[in-house]
Ligand binder design. Structure first.
Ligand SMILES: *[C@@H]1O[C@H](CO)[C@@H](O)[C@H](O)[C@H]1NC(C)=O
Ligand SMILES: *[C@@H]1O[C@H](CO)[C@@H](O)[C@H](O)[C@H]1NC(C)=O
Ligand SMILES: *[C@@H]1O[C@H](CO)[C@@H](O)[C@H](O)[C@H]1NC(C)=O
Ligand SMILES: *[C@@H]1O[C@H](CO)[C@@H](O)[C@H](O)[C@H]1NC(C)=O
Length: 228
């Protein structure tokens, strides 16, 4: 018997043995399982399994400790149990900077596929940190900055300066985003600029520096002291 047929036969036998509870050998496992992790938000994706019937999927995870010492133990992800979506938000599952395994199974009615694993496993240290976006505004001569949709678990370093006074850069740190952070009292007629770095506390890593944004402070005319 040639080698390849021998292997195929062996694989088939294993499937028959482990598949004694359900029609395991008939249902394909999900393929192309991938993790997209941006700003410490992690989402698992996989390709659709094209079989007749209502196809759903279930996801399990295993941390590094379990992988080493209790490798039979997998934890069900409640939000991603028997779902028709082809993605799963696993952000809550990943609580430390170690390797996490993930695996996905296809279900059609009471039939189950074999589990298919994310390869390689995931570590949140590999998350992509996007360039932060910041807006500078002046209201009642209060200079404020607003960092746009980033995420929790970050500290933002806001660097700001008066145009022409680049030697004198101030820095304020905040954890707030999507709300205004007060920087200082603005001077009429001056222009202010700012840049932001987002520091991801759980993985001790900085984003790149944002683009520079500037705002021109209008001179106030309501007291009549200014002619255009
Ligand atoms: C796997 O999925 C990614 C993202 O969903 C897609 O870009 C890629 O083409 C897929 N690869 C294969 C082999 O289907
Ligand atoms: C799929 O599910 C829908 C409702 O959830 C049901 O109406 C339909 O009959 C199901 N189709 C099959 C092939 O099981
Ligand atoms: C999965 O959900 C469907 C309904 O969407 C249900 O008919 C089926 O029994 C569930 N399967 C499991 C294993 O929970
Ligand atoms: C991140 O950037 C801030 C501000 O420039 C700096 O003080 C800090 O040391 C940096 N941290 C890391 C881990 O690079």
């Amino acid at each position: 018997m040639d080698m390849s047929r021998g292997c195929a036969l062996q694989a088939l036998l294993i499937v028959f043995i482990t598949g004694s509870l359900a029609d395991l050998q008939l249902l394909p496992s999900p393929v192309n399982i991938s993790m997209v992790s941006i700003n410490l938000k992690h989402t698992l994706y996989w390709d659709p399994v094209m079989v007749p019937g209502n196809v759903t999927y279930s996801v399990q995870t295993q941390g590094e400790f379990e992988s080493r010492f209790v490798s039979h133990y997998w934890h069900e992800i409640k939000n991603c149990w028997n779902i028709s979506a082809r993605k799963c938000d696993v952000t809550q599952e990943v609580s430390t900077s170690v390797m996490y395994k993930f695996r996905v199974q296809t279900l059609v009615g009471d039939r189950l596929s074999a589990w298919a694993e994310l390869d390689p496993p995931f570590n949140r240290r590999s998350t992509l940190l996007t360039l932060p976006k910041v807006e500078l505004q002046v209201s009642e001569l209060n200079l404020v900055a607003q960092i746009k949709d980033y995420g929790a678990d970050f500290t933002f370093f806001i660097f700001y300066w008066k145009k022409g006074g680049e030697d004198d850069v101030n820095c304020i740190t905040t954890s707030s985003y999507d709300v205004s952070t007060y920087l200082e009292k603005a001077e009429e007629g001056k222009e202010y600029c700012a840049e932001v770095i987002a520091y991801a506390r759980p993985i001790n890593r900085n984003s790149s520096r944002s683009d520079t944004v500037c705002v021109q402070v209008q001179e106030r005319t309501e007291h009549g002291s200014k002619n255009a």
